[in-house]
Design a protein around this ligand. Structure first.
Ligand SMILES: Nc1ncnc2c1ncn2[C@@H]1O[C@H](COP(=O)(O)OP(=O)(O)OP(=O)(O)O)[C@@H](O)[C@H]1O
Length: 268
């Protein structure tokens, strides 16, 4: 059974006890004068998978980078586990579109890199990295280099690196954009499984409506630039069926169609 719940964006985001990330009255104007985001109020509950969806250039990546502490907000604030974000922190890990792997380093070193930056001793960081390399299905590839891997495998190294730092919040910027459809689907299943096992808060930027509906507890729809929250959709998907059955479910397809119609208005 799938049921979409459409809720209006809240004017002011209250501090919910289970909230992992709070975005309050966030605005971003780049020094070039481009107004990317205006008045964003959002709550990302702990352990939930939220997708950010919206027309090209509406500020999705900007919002993700502000939450990561990689880009400063012009006004407003981001609060993670009760603390205001001013810079990157250990409770947040960012998975870049191109996975940001070091070409001269092995899979093991790449996966352990976040821990290396934090000064974790070599044996400990390699043991942790190895655990997550296994978890993302790359056991046996520890000593390979990125150029010896497929796009899908490189993506897994990027994810293993993010998991190895044991951040509560994973920020994923279109992690599927550089891989083929087959790998994309496999990785989607892995992400859903990881979410169950690791209970992470995931914030996910995508261009794919189908992907957002398939993966998310909540979908935040942003308006065209300057990005504002235009809707929050909760596709309640029961996962006790095969991925194929879910994707064929008329209710799933209706949610996809509704979102598509909403976004198409913006394109027109
Ligand atoms: N460093 C920057 N300096 C100036 N303008 C920027 C910068 N980064 C992004 N922008 C602009 O801010 C707006 C929002 O960009 P952003 O990349 O956040 O959007 P997006 O929704 O992720 O886009 P897309 O869906 O195309 O990836 C765009 O107009 C973009 O050109």
């Amino acid at each position: 059974m799938i049921a979409a719940v459409m809720t209006r964006p809240r004017e002011v985001a209250p501090v919910a006890p289970e909230a992992s990330v709070e975005v309050r009255d966030l605005c971003k104007v780049y020094p070039t004068g481009t107004e990317a985001l205006r008045g964003i109020n959002l709550t990302f509950p702990k352990g939930q998978f939220t997708s950010l969806l919206g027309p090209s250039g509406c500020g999705k990546t900007t919002l993700l980078k502000i939450i990561a502490g990689l880009v400063p907000a012009t006004s407003g604030e981001v609060v993670v586990n009760g603390r205001t974000v001013t810079k990157p922190g250990p409770e947040r890990a960012f998975v870049f579109q191109d996975f940001a792997l070091m070409p001269w380093a092995t899979v093991l070193r790449n996966a352990a890199f976040g821990l290396e930056l934090r000064g974790v001793a070599r044996s400990e960081r390699e043991a942790t990295a190895k655990h997550y390399i296994d978890q993302v299905g790359l056991a046996g590839f520890e000593n390979r280099y990125p150029h010896e891997l497929s796009g899908g495998m490189r993506q897994r190294v990027g994810l293993a690196r993010a998991l190895a730092v044991k951040a509560d919040v994973l920020l994923l910027d279109e992690p599927f954009s550089a891989v083929d459809e087959q790998n994309r689907r496999k990785f989607q299943e892995d992400l859903l499984q990881l979410r169950q096992v690791e209970n992470k808060t995931l914030i996910f930027v995508t261009h794919s409506i189908e992907e957002a509906v398939y993966l998310s507890d909540r979908i935040v729809l942003l308006s065209p630039r300057p990005g504002r929250v235009s809707d929050i959709i909760e596709p309640k998907i029961s996962r006790e069926r095969s991925p194929e059955d879910i994707r064929r479910d008329p209710e799933y397809l209706d949610i996809v169609e509704d979102i598509w119609r909403g976004l198409r208005n913006y394109a027109d």
